[in-house]
Write a protein that binds this ligand. Structure first.
Ligand SMILES: Cc1cc2nc3c(=O)[nH]c(=O)nc-3n(C[C@H](O)[C@H](O)[C@H](O)COP(=O)(O)OP(=O)(O)OC[C@H]3O[C@@H](n4cnc5c(N)ncnc54)[C@H](O)[C@@H]3O)c2cc1C
Ligand code: SF4
Ligand code: SF4
Length: 1006
């Protein structure tokens, strides 16, 4: 271990200069920090700004970031900062909604490399973890033993245990499992001066430092017994301020003359990084109930739904959740969600005005059903549905989860803003409280969707406000102060789960009173006398206007709007370019790593904030609004932003998996295109890669010669090197163009057969020409006349590299030719083999500003399919159909292409294969293969490309060497072969071999 450089008077002076904004001093500080060997020291502007936001509305640039290389490293950094008087802020997933995870401080990122589950003790029913472990990760480790951690935050896939402790988090089932604080055994912490301490029951008796601390804490808390009992709400959900009520309970339970029952972990929990740094936690774990059922009840109004809440709670549910009329009406107006409302139980009045979800968990389904029966008996007249199986359960919850995303789609400048997000009151008062809350929001001429963890009286509300203008922000302050007063009137909590941070701390005195707020300051001083831990949070009360300071949209004195831009894409679907640029709300789902889904491959492989969708979304927003240089002027050339975008695979997973549909692939192309347009030039390598069509056409014309040349080692290496590609990669091979072959050969279809157009993509038309010909023959076997019009390029590679000006022209020509061909040939469908080309036609073409009518492009998209998708979808309607031979017993594995998964689902290839090979088909729940066109070819991305493939694609293929591998993506087939030696086939090639040569034994021989 490198010795910690101790603070000299010179370095302390440097710290002072850093605190006053001296950039050179910051560089010197970073150099000293690097000597600690504690991790990746990121003090550059770009990196700082990527950590300046969390999931809240705020933006505060940190002093710098240390991405810790392990928990042991934290002590060195904490001591280093203590010696220099620098503020500190620990961070987990950065999913906080109240702004408690942004500050002018040295930020300690625990989320990347402090993720070990250290111990699971089934006897003591405890788990010991590092703070960067996510809840899903912990639960995955516990699942084989039938155990889990009780507090079930909605952000379980990316929120960390450290962050849950910081915020004292809880989930929808807190009625049973409580908050995090109720599930804590002990914490290993670093006090702000770097001293390690284990906080647990009894440790104050053993550790003189803790004994001294608790003596001082007792002197603060015990005299305030009455005030604490009167002011701190006696409800299950309250996380305002420090847990002085729990400390008081512990002090009162101690053997006289001792502090044997005190556990200072209780105070650190919910302290939002203001008291100590957690480096290890031991938490309680519980047995997972085996059965779950959900009753849904429909009411005609919110008061009608909340009136019988007491009766519902008496039935012993695990959760009771409310959805209000605003969510219902907004869902009814939305094509995608209307269905979820229509299938809900309707009240006798015929107007559904509120829905209650009542969940029961038990050890047996009979016990769950008994819960349903109790509910039925308690509310004999309420229309009610019962859901028992996993699929209908998931569907039934959809409306409950749709509230906020739906409101984002409401037209106009007002958007749902998180600032009075999670108040909580005694559930018996919830109905009256909701009435008054709604009146406050309505009196400001706006609306909000209300959904509630009704079982614990916790409301989730995001009123629609125009945060971009001063009047909107004044409205926010007015609503927030009125809500704080309402909370005080009802004896509730300003925050029932998300914490105080920057948005509620200023109002704490209105709810808890000046005396308790002064006590909070004194409690903090016991732990952190210099006030360096996440300064301001939980203690700077009394200035309601502070809730609209340091906003993302106005981090300093001026609003920072998105400049007007002549974009290459349309952004109507995103409600404008500015909305697209600001769409990422920082909630961080793109940081999930547990298996399932694709987003975000580069984050999954690097665990680096910078290489998550959120990092890219932030970088793009900051560069486009000019915040890396001149605010208000887009910087399309910012080299750091380009580097941040460089590891995006343009897989489109975020377009569908991000709840805000942040589409980095599109924005990345736009950013590059704007840069090229401003510079007036495009680097030659980019042009070569973007114009792959020309290269493929040429390769096909010269195919025997081209293959010889490209396969010849020195030429191959020279070409790969010149293009900046890794020399382990192979270059494509070519064959005689399939469209020419077909034109020469003519159709084999019967007269009058319906016509399909096969799109001549580069890969199957010029490269893997066997595949192109097989597709033609297969379609003919189903009775179609196949036409391959030489319409040109789909533009995929131009779009991927950001050559959008050229892509608009190319797509205009190709689309026009294709539309003409459809008309001329009276084609029933346009079919493609390569998913990334089909996705260009169905997705990108409609978005690009081409010369072609967009309705015509939409109509074209609607009749464009993958070949295998079309064959399966029309199975009973094809003119003819080959016989499906008896299946062999060879296993078949399907890895679907990222674009396919993002836009239409793996089913579009799996359907036909399942029909042909039945249960032998296993569809991998795989993410990206890592190659993604030219992405993984680049020398500097080769290793990452392979690491991405290793996450979920290669291992199951290696584990099943006898399987036939199907992969519709050309890149995927190359990458899988490159990494595993398998010989993947296109599903159409597989289908052709099964149906045209009905011998399963020949399937594996191309
Ligand atoms: C869409 C959405 C849904 C949400 N749903 C819920 C919900 O159901 N229930 C709920 O309770 N919350 C919810 N939250 C809020 C948030 O996700 C949780 O509070 C979560 O537990 C925070 O975890 P994190 O790792 O992101 O913490 P961070 O945001 O990184 O940190 C949270 C706080 O803990 C501190 N902290 C982090 N690590 C440490 C450490 N090692 N030592 C000391 N302090 C530390 C930080 O300084 C910060 O003050 C939701 C948020 C979003 C965006
Ligand atoms: S990119 Fe999407 S998933 Fe990621 S933080 Fe932003 S909004 Fe959330
Ligand atoms: S396109 Fe793919 S790699 Fe790029 S940010 Fe989105 S999910 Fe990540």
């Amino acid at each position: 271990m490198t010795a910690v450089p101790s603070a000299t008077s010179a370095t302390q002076a440097a710290s002072l200069r850093v605190l006053s904004g001296d950039e050179q001093a910051r560089v010197e500080l970073a150099e000293s920090l690097r000597l600690l060997g504690a991790g990746d020291v990121r003090f550059g502007r770009h990196d700082r700004m990527l950590y300046a936001t969390d999931a809240s509305i705020f933006q505060v640039e940190p002093i710098g970031v240390v991405v810790l290389n392990g928990v042991q490293a934290a002590e060195r950094v904490v001591r280093f900062c203590a010696e220099r008087g620098l503020p500190l802020l620990p961070r987990g997933g950065g999913t906080s909604l109240a702004g408690q995870c942004v500050n002018f401080a040295v930020m300690l990122d625990f989320g990347a490399h402090c993720r070990r589950v250290i111990d699971i003790n089934e006897v003591a029913m405890t788990a010991t973890v590092e703070p960067g472990v996510t809840l899903d990760q912990l639960n995955a480790a516990l699942a084989p033993k039938g155990l889990f951690f009780g507090p079930d935050v909605a952000t379980s896939s990316h929120a960390t245990i450290g962050g849950m402790i910081g915020n004292n988090s809880a989930g929808a089932r807190s009625i049973i499992y409580g908050r995090t604080v109720e599930n804590l055994i002990s914490l290993d912490v670093l006090l702000p001066d770097g001293t390690p301490a284990r906080l647990e029951e009894g440790s104050c008796e053993r550790d003189p430092r803790q004994r001294d601390m608790v003596t001082r804490l007792a002197a603060i808390v015990l005299p305030l017994r009455e005030e604490i009992r009167r002011r701190v709400p006696n409800i299950k959900r309250h996380v305002d301020g420090y847990n002085v009520d729990l400390l008081l309970d512990q002090l009162e339970g101690c053997t006289p003359g001792t502090f044997d029952k005190v556990n200072l972990a209780t105070l650190v929990c919910g302290s939002e990084g203001t008291l100590a740094v957690v480096v290890r936690a031991t938490v309680k774990i519980v047995r997972k109930p085996s059965c779950t059922g959900l009753a849904i009840l429909g009411f005609d109004s919110v008061p009608a739904a909340l009136a019988p809440l007491g009766k519902m709670l008496a039935c012993g549910p695990s959760a009771v959740e409310l959805v209000d009329d605003v969510v219902i009406d907004t869902a009814l107006a939305n094509n995608e969600y209307r269905h979820y409302v229509e299938v809900l139980p309707q009240p006798a009045s015929g107007k559904l005005g509120a829905v209650m979800y009542v969940e029961f968990q038990a050890e047996s389904m009979d016990a769950v059903r008994a819960g349903f029966d109790r509910l039925r008996a308690a509310l004999p007249d309420a229309p009610m549905q019962r859901h028992e199986d996993a699929k209908t359960l998931a569907n039934a919850w959809k409306l409950r989860k749709a509230g906020e995303p739906l409101l984002h789609g409401v037209p106009g400048d007002r958007k749902p803003v998180t600032f009075v997000e999670d108040t909580a009151v005694d559930p018996v008062k919830l109905s009256a409280f909701v009435d008054e809350f709604r009146a406050i929001v309505a009196s400001h001429g706006t609306k909000a969707a209300y959904y509630a963890h009704a079982s614990v009286g916790c409301l989730h509300i995001r009123p629609l406000v125009q945060i971009h203008d001063a009047a909107g922000r004044a409205e926010m302050v007015s609503i927030a102060t009125k809500v704080a007063d309402l909370v005080q009137k009802y004896g509730g909590a300003l925050s029932g789960e998300h914490g105080d941070g920057r948005v509620r701390t200023p109002l704490l005195d209105r709810v808890l009173g000046a005396t308790l707020c002064e006590a909070f300051r004194q409690v903090k001083a016991v732990f952190d006398p210099e006030g360096r831990m996440n300064p301001g949070n939980l203690v700077d009360v009394g200035n309601p206007n502070a809730i609209v300071e340091r906003l993302r949209v106005k981090p300093g004195a001026q609003d920072i709007p998105v400049p007007d831009t002549n974009t290459f894409f349309h952004y109507d679907h995103e409600h404008g370019f500015d909305a697209a640029v600001e769409a990422c709300n920082g909630a961080g789902l793109c940081r999930r790593v547990q298996p399932g889904g694709t987003m975000c491959p580069s984050y999954r492989a690097t665990l680096d904030e910078r290489h998550a969708t959120r990092g890219r979304g932030n970088a793009l927003r900051l560069a486009i609004t000019g915040q890396f240089g001149s605010p208000g002027t887009s910087d399309w050339h910012d080299p750091q932003t380009k580097a941040t975008l460089d590891l995006c695979l343009s897989c489109k997973a975020c377009k569908s998996e991000c709840p805000s549909n942040v589409d980095i692939s599109k924005l990345k192309a736009e950013f590059a295109a704007q840069g090229f347009a401003k510079a007036g030039r495009i680097p030659w390598r980019t042009r070569v890669i973007g114009r792959v069509r020309q290269g493929s056409r040429m390769g096909s014309r010269l195919w025997p010669l081209a293959n010889l040349a490209l396969g010849f080692g020195p030429i191959r290496r020279a070409l790969l090197g010149a293009l900046g590609f890794h020399t382990d990669r192979t270059l494509p091979t070519y064959g005689p163009a399939v469209h020419r072959w077909l034109a020469r050969r003519g159709s084999k279809a019967a007269t009058g057969a319906p016509t399909v157009l096969l799109f001549p993509d580069c890969f199957s038309n010029f490269g893997e020409t066997d595949l192109g010909r097989l597709a033609v023959e297969l379609l003919e076997a189903f009775g179609y006349r196949v036409v391959m019009p030489d319409v040109g390029c789909c533009g995929r590679s131009l779009i991927s590299v950001g050559m959008l000006a050229e892509a608009c022209g190319t797509v205009s020509r190709t689309a026009t030719a294709l539309l003409e061909a459809v008309k001329r040939e009276n084609a029933v469908a346009v079919l493609g083999l390569e998913p990334s080309c089909v996705s260009a036609i169905k997705d990108d073409w409609i978005d690009l500003r081409t010369a072609v009518d967009r309705d015509a492009l939409r109509a074209l998209a609607a009749r464009t399919f993958l070949v295998e998708e079309f064959l399966e979808a029309q199975w009973d309607r094809h003119p003819t159909r080959p016989t499906v031979p008896a299946a062999s017993d060879e296993p078949v594995i399907l890895h679907a292409h990222c674009h396919q998964k993002a836009l239409w689902g793996a089913q579009t290839s799996a359907g036909l294969l399942r029909r042909l090979v039945g249960d032998r088909l296993r569809v991998l729940d795989s993410g990206c293969c890592g190659l993604a066109g030219s992405f993984g070819y680049a020398e500097h991305r080769h290793d990452l490309s392979m690491r991405i493939g290793e996450l979920s694609v290669f291992p199951p293929i290696r584990a099943c060497p006898d399987a036939v591998v199907a992969a519709p993506g050309t890149s995927c087939r190359h990458q899988i072969h490159h990494a595993t030696g398998a010989e993947p086939m296109h599903p159409v090639a597989m289908a052709a071999r099964i149906l045209l040569t009905p011998s399963a034994a020949t399937m594996r021989t191309p």
